[in-house]
Structure formats: structure tokens, C-alpha cells
Design a protein around this ligand. Structure first.
Ligand SMILES: Nc1nc2c(ncn2[C@@H]2O[C@H](COP(=O)(O)OP(=O)(O)OP(=O)(O)O)[C@@H](O)[C@H]2O)c(=O)[nH]1
Ligand SMILES: [Mg+2]
Length: 453
């Protein structure tokens, strides 16, 4: 009984933070299918591509990857996920390579995790656990930390339920219920739920403050341009290039976690606010998408959304599909007029790759051309700025207004809520003002100047 209780609790505990000099083995399980494709038939990724990415994720929490390999399997084993032969082989490796962590790039159940940890005498992290770990380390703001903790606890809770069901089933056979193991699990679950509720209350407070900020920014008539894209696509590099800022950009997955905003002036003089935010990844844990929804509201409400893609990456197409899918979960459809595809890192392509890319860019429907750029060399940035400008113009309306010269309050309202393009005195002694405003402010403007607008 004592033993069982301890095991059950081990499931509910968060993965230990791997040590400073963590040496890790990365295992990429690859389920064989009759079609010869991967986990799902419409998966455009290669096993090698997935393995590379998983190794990158492991390095993102400063693990030293001492070995990484594919394990093909015909079926998932309930006890250990992979076959016993492979389990033994990896046990040998963890020992000879002195690895304290094994990353399983899949979703392992609490039971599988426990069995593997025992067999390998190493900490086992699955893909969700690993991503949560990275996010936990990157969170810098209070909101970010709360969101990650929320996701982490939700993950733990889901694992509690699963192992509990397992125990229940096992005990059902003996015809009794209850016992210390279950009581402990219930207590664990209650602790998690209490904590989740407290975090939600706190997040609610933070969210209200953010909303106030956003609302007050909305009254300032600057449109928001949001950067989205797969992790490592070059969003922060582009952000820095366009705003002359120095946001951390690094060849590291999930370098950015908390959103960053900065204003910049487009060449035509329009001032916009550029927002850099967390990158996406394939199989992004759903609890993270949910937890980060508030942060991603910046994107949901943006006037223009730049989907930054790493065109030099072999899996660029698959990455793009993942981003499109997550955008869909946020309610942003692929044909949304606010979206502009930004084809980044073209400096890394050779002449053939480049001309192929330019040709396929041209094949897009007029008005939806992707913009090839290099955030590093600056190539194509001017075209991108023009594209942003013209998308904004589509969304913003221009008004020609006439004001009494003594109406200082009216004029200052216009400066606060719209972009004043022109202002002159007519021969009629009145002031003629041309302004441009976004949809929200256009409505207010119509209400305020009914005879003109
Ligand atoms: N050669 C080349 N490298 C680039 C370009 N843009 C970005 N990079 C590199 O790609 C890596 C990732 O860039 P980041 O700007 O940090 O990417 P990100 O999209 O912000 O990534 P996350 O914050 O992790 O989501 C860095 O090493 C950059 O120097 C480019 O146009 N050309
Ligand atoms: Mg970044």
C-alpha cells in the first residue's frame, strides 16, 4: 500500500528541473503505418525533421543532447510506449552516456513515464512536459508566469485523472474502493484545483489591467501590426530591424515568450505599433494555447497580422500549416484580409531556390502576394512596409471635415482619435481637415461630426 501511494504521488509531481549540466537522450518514436507515413497520414513532416526539432527543444532548456535517435514501432505499448528491446537498449545508453534525462517526443502516459524512468534510472519528459518546461523558464512577466503555471497545473491534473482511473480499474477487480492511495490523489487534485482557481482570479485581474491599457491605446489611433509565426522563424529579428530595438533574438526555440510592443513610423508617415510575441510549434499543448489566449489577444485584435515564415527551413510548409491551424483556433481564418505572409531568410537560399521562391510568390492571387525578405540583411523590408501600409489603408477610412476655426476641442479630438492628413483654412473662413481613422474611430467620428461624415 505504501509503495502504491508513493508511485501514485510520483505521477502527480511536476517534472524535476533537469540539472545544470543535464545530459539528455532524445527519442523520436515513429509509428509505422501501412502507407509508410508517420503518426497521421496527412503529416507532411519527416521523422528526421521531427527529431531535429525535438533536439532543438531539449537544447532550449540547456540540456546537452548526448544522443538522439528514431525508434520505429508498429504499435504503442501500453506499459512502456516503445518495445522492450528498445527500452533495454536505451537503458544501456543512459548508463554508458551518463544521461540523466530522456526526452520522449510524443505523449507518454503517467504509467509509461513511471515505467521508463524506472528502467532507465533517468527523468523522462514527454513533448508537452518539455514545452511546458521551456515556457516556464522563459516567462519574465507576472502574466507570463501565471499563464505557464496554469498550463502546467492543468497538465498535472490531467495526468492525475489518468492514473487514478488506472488504479480504480485495477482495484475494481478486488471489489473494494477507497484506501490511502486514492485519498492522497483526491487531496492532490484538490490542492491543484485550489491553486488553479487562485491563478485564474489573479490572471483575471491582470487581464482587466491589460484590457484597460489596450482600450486606452485604441483611443490613440495607432494601428497594431502583430508578428506571428513558427518558433525561430525570425519574428524578433524582424521586429528589431523594423523598430531598431534590441529584443532578444536567438537561434533558440521559444526565445520570446512575453509580448513586446513598440511603435514605428512607416515610410509614408503612418505610425503603427508592432507587436512581437510567442512563437508557435507543432502539437503546441492545448493548455498552453488556452493559457496564452489573453496574450494572443493582441494578435486577435491586430489590424495587420504578419505571418513570418523561415523559407530556408526544410519543413517550412509543415510549419506554416501548424501556424495556420493555431491561428484558426484563435478565430483567424487563412483568407483574413489582415494576414500578410512574410517569407523570411531568403539570404540563405541559393540562386535557384530564390528564383523558385519568387515565382511561387507571384502565383498567389493579386493583393495577397507574400513578401520575400531577409530580416538579417534588410532586403525586401521596404516592400513589406508598403504592403503593411496598403493593407492598413484598406481598413482605414478617410474623411474630409469642415470645422469652425474656434472649435479647438473638436480639432484636438481629431488629433487624438484619427490621423490628421491635411489641415487648411478655406476662403470660406472655415478649417478643412482631412483625416483617416480605423473602423472604431470612424464610427465615433460619424457620431461627432454627423453633417460631414
Ligand atoms: N540568415 C538569416 N537568419 C535569420 C533571419 N531572420 C532571423 N534569423 C535567425 O534566426 C534565428 C531565430 O530568430 P528570432 O528572431 O529569434 O526568431 P523568433 O521567430 O523570434 O523565434 P522565437 O522567439 O523563438 O519564437 C536567429 O538566429 C536569427 O539570427 C534572416 O533573415 N536570415
Ligand atoms: Mg522571438
Amino acid at each position: 500500500m505504501e509503495q502504491r501511494k508513493r508511485d501514485a504521488r510520483a505521477d502527480s509531481l511536476p517534472p524535476d528541473t533537469p540539472g545544470q549540466s543535464g545530459r539528455a537522450i532524445v527519442v523520436e518514436p515513429w509509428l509505422k503505418r501501412p502507407s509508410g507515413r508517420g503518426i497521421s497520414d496527412d503529416d507532411p513532416r519527416t521523422p528526421e525533421g521531427r527529431l531535429d526539432e525535438a533536439m532543438g527543444l531539449a537544447r532550449a532548456i540547456d540540456l546537452t543532447v548526448v544522443e538522439g535517435g528514431l525508434v520505429t514501432l508498429n504499435t504503442v505499448r501500453p506499459a512502456t510506449y516503445i518495445g522492450t528491446g528498445k527500452v533495454d537498449e536505451i537503458a544501456g545508453l543512459t548508463k554508458s552516456l551518463d544521461a540523466g534525462v530522456v526526452i520522449m517526443d510524443c505523449a507518454v502516459s503517467p504509467v509509461q513515464q513511471r515505467n521508463l524512468e524506472k528502467a532507465w534510472n533517468a527523468k523522462v519528459l514527454d513533448r508537452t512536459g518539455l514545452i511546458l518546461e521551456i515556457f516556464g523558464r522563459r516567462a519574465r512577466t507576472r502574466e507570463g508566469a501565471l499563464q505557464v503555471e496554469h498550463a502546467h497545473l492543468t497538465y498535472q491534473k490531467s495526468r492525475l485523472v489518468r492514473s487514478w482511473t488506472h488504479l480504480e480499474r485495477q482495484r475494481g477487480g478486488f471489489g473494494f474502493l477507497g484506501g490511502p492511495g486514492e485519498t492522497q490523489l483526491e487531496a492532490d487534485r484538490r490542492v491543484i484545483e485550489d491553486r488553479l482557481r487562485r491563478i485564474e482570479a489573479e490572471l483575471d485581474k491582470v487581464k482587466r489591467t491589460r484590457k484597460l491599457h489596450r482600450d486606452s491605446r485604441k483611443r490613440v489611433p495607432y494601428p497594431i501590426v502583430a508578428l506571428v509565426g513558427y518558433t525561430n522563424a525570425g519574428k524578433s529579428t524582424l521586429f528589431n530591424r523594423m523598430t531598431s530595438a534590441t529584443v532578444l533574438s536567438a537561434d533558440m526555440l521559444f526565445a520570446t515568450l512575453d509580448p513586446t510592443l513598440r511603435s514605428l513610423e512607416l515610410p509614408q508617415g503612418t505610425r503603427v505599433i508592432l507587436s512581437d510575441t510567442v512563437g508557435f510549434i507543432s502539437d503546441l499543448p492545448t493548455m498552453l494555447v488556452a493559457a496564452f489566449r489573453a496574450t494572443l489577444e493582441e494578435v486577435i485584435e491586430a489590424d495587420v497580422i504578419l505571418h513570418v515564415r523561415d523559407m530556408s527551413h526544410v519543413e517550412s510548409g509543415a510549419q506554416s500549416q501548424d501556424v495556420v491551424k493555431i491561428l484558426g483556433e484563435l478565430g483567424i481564418e487563412p483568407n483574413d484580409r489582415r494576414l500578410i505572409e512574410v517569407w523570411n531568410k531568403i539570404d540563405r537560399l541559393d540562386a535557384d531556390g530564390r528564383s523558385g521562391l519568387m515565382a511561387s510568390a507571384q502565383r498567389h492571387t493579386a493583393g495577397q502576394w507574400p513578401v520575400p525578405i531577409s530580416a538579417v540583411t534588410g532586403e525586401g523590408i521596404d516592400t513589406l512596409e508598403d504592403a503593411i501600409q496598403s493593407r492598413l489603408a484598406e481598413r482605414r477610412l478617410t474623411f474630409a471635415l469642415t470645422l469652425d476655426p474656434s472649435d479647438g476641442a473638436g480639432l484636438s479630438w481629431l488629433y487624438r482619435h484619427a490621423e490628421v492628413l491635411e489641415r487648411e483654412f478655406g476662403e470660406d473662413g472655415l478649417m478643412h481637415v482631412t483625416v483617416r481613422a480605423d473602423a472604431d474611430n470612424a464610427a465615433r467620428l460619424r457620431a461627432k461630426f454627423p453633417s460631414d461624415a
